[in-house]
Design a protein around this ligand. Sequence first.
Ligand SMILES: [Zn+2]
Length: 412
Amino acid sequence: MNLKISAGLALLLPLVLAVGCGGAPPPTSEAPPPDPAAEAQRLAQEILILDTHIDLPYRLHEHPADVTVETADGHFDLVRARRGGLDAAFMSIYVPASLQEEGGARAMADGLIDLVEGIAAQAPESFAIARSPAEVRSLFEQRVFALPLGIENGAAIEDDISALAHFHGRGVRYVTLTHSEPNLICDSSYAEERPWGGLSPFGREVVVEMNRLGIMIDVSHLTDDAARQALELSRAPVIASHSCARHFTPGFERNIPDELVSLVAAGGGVVQIAFAPGFLSEAAQRQSSELWAAMRAFTNETGASWGSPEFRARVEEFYAANPKAETDVADVADHIEHVIRLVGIDHVGLGSDFDGIGDTPAGLESVAAYPKLLEELLRRGYTEQDLRKICGENLLRVWSEVERVAAELQAG
Ligand SMILES: [Zn+2]
């Protein structure tokens, strides 16, 4: 639903939505500011904006670049981050599922962490790794961009539970339990093969150890069964670091269903909404599945590599024959608003997946664009306090609680 509302209507909106959604909490109660675009620009610079999923490390692993200056490629660099008011971003330490078979998963994760350490070491006045919510806040005060770390794919620990302590020691503060294939920990929403029926026995040990160490458990990419089991087992709040609401894409298991949104919220956790066009609407989802199937067939037939000039030409041919299913900033706001109507303002945030997605919604082309999203939310009547929660405070609350639970567990 796209809500384009006048200031007067905004006052009635909570009532309309509450009735429309069977008594769900009203999302908002304020008239928009007179100039939402200017107010969004002001707020983006003033408040702490934290994104839980940016794939910069893998992008730089493939195509090295200096991100202290504006880069022609990719979605993230310091210049555009400053323009967009972004202050902190979890660097995705992405371990491709192929390494589960080939070996080298742990080495890949260590290599990407080395790469992030290199970014901070080369420009210490601009970047620093952040290991706690307190460090994120202190870097924000100093105007240093905070780089917390999250591993995307628990395969990084291979079959060694003690690797979790190793990665915690290096600064990793969330682990997405799997990626596109089942691993030793759990099943993946993208794979038909479901060997564990959720979490494996080793995966249950992993959840317990992550609680003890103070590493957030990330259920993005998991099957519903794996996510539910992790939520039931975890003693600390759980996050979905980059997922959208399945409400808008029925049958697409990569997005989180209402039932699990409610469970995440009941445990005190947070759902961080992704900007991937294929996650946002049914039409875009269908098209993105068709495109990937076509490209898999193309690479199998021709041996062309992903991202090669032939590959990109084939993608263009696809869009010439299939007009693009457009998505925009209002779709992202719809997903945020859906979670708010289900479980309130305290359980939603931003996990864009910038640099991990080939395409972006119109209006959200890079990290310079967060003010566009804030503007859309202001137009819908959300307050400064609401925006602070969505943009980072909710996630920082969860992270602090995960630290608190770990300290308690370690104290015995
Ligand atoms: Zn992902």
